[in-house]
Design a protein. Structure first.
Length: 129
């Protein structure tokens, strides 16, 4: 019985660091909303959206002021994080709602908030720890 407990503890300890590294946290905002040196989120904080991207689970969670936590499907390509919904349960064709460039961390597609009469400047993202 002790061998099972020890094996379980070792397994849990080795899996935990892997699970932590597979989640990417992004905080995205419009230009001019943040003072990068002080990380002052008070300017324009109602336009900040946060993404938690699970690369292994292929899920993206989005939180924004005034909206409930929303889950989307996630597809990771060489150049982009594509966040949206698959057309069918086969998960072949993703309809991207958000497209975030992996090298610049700029939100290039934003179909979720584009329907509102809000400023159209592209959002930039910061990778959070």
């Amino acid at each position: 019985m002790n061998k099972i407990k020890i094996w379980f503890a070792i397994t849990l300890l080795t899996i935990s660091p892997i699970a932590i590294t597979e989640v990417i946290n992004l905080t995205c905002f419009n230009e001019g909303q943040i003072h990068k040196e002080q990380k002052d989120w008070t300017v324009g904080k109602n336009r900040v959206i946060k993404f938690n991207l699970g690369e292994s689970s292929k899920l993206a969670k989005m939180s924004a002021k005034g909206y409930p936590l929303i889950e989307f499907d996630l597809k990771v390509t060489d150049t982009h994080f594509l966040i949206g919904q698959y057309k069918s349960h086969l998960k072949k064709d993703l309809i991207p709602i958000f497209s975030i460039n992996r090298s610049t961390l700029i939100v290039e597609t934003d179909s979720f908030f584009s329907q509102q009469n809000l400023p159209k400047e592209p959002r930039k993202c910061l990778m959070e720890e």
